[in-house]
Design a protein around this ligand. Sequence first.
Ligand code: DX5
Ligand code: ZN
Length: 232
Amino acid sequence: MSQTLRPLRLAPSILSADFAKLGEEVRAIEAAGADLVHFDVMDNHYVPNLTIGPLVCEAIRPHVSIPIDVHLMVEPVDAIIPLFAKAGANIITFHPEASKHVDRTLSMIRELGCKAGLVLNPATSIEWLDHVMDKLDIVLLMSVNPGFGGQKFIPSTLKKLQQVRARIDAHMAAGGQPIWLEVDGGVKADNIGDIVRAGADTCVAGSAVFGAPDAGGGYTGIMQTLRQNAAV
Ligand code: DX5
Ligand code: ZN
């Protein structure tokens, strides 16, 4: 019998949703069993693309009861964080290179009542975690270079996932708070098993979910497939 290694959270990224009907799209992913709404914020400065901000977060908030997982690809980060907290974000993650004072930014997110996390790009060292483990609720490992949906999963992320999983497990074994381990970019039905075995407990999937609506326009089929393939 197959069993799940650890509870799996699926976080569809609305970057690949139909922006002309975002309310309907987020309701559909919640109905299909999504655990989080992944909300990609790009500023055409930290990354070469421009997406959505706090107004859109506020607009979708009443359409779902699941947490909104805001991934900030912006620089600088601090000024925009209170606006997202006010707009109903539940989780706010940012890239450490984009903050002048990482510890302060993490503290600010938590003081605003949200879960806080760091996002590490494929070439960013996990040493960024060293001195802030006690301030993290989530670590997000990018498995593509940020900026666009629909890119190919970078395989070296699997080893990095194992390394961060070991750090988190050691931290929790020593009495530390729980820290989620999320992966973002190129997650598909055919690699999610390897990703979960390497240590992820939260998987973002954009094009895999929104590119595969079922006949009724819902996403139940693909969400079930992702969950089944993640079970080991
Ligand atoms: C990329 C974004 C991702 C993206 C994932 O910069 O952070 O969340 O939407 O899309 P897929 O799953 O299509 O790679
Ligand atoms: Zn993202």
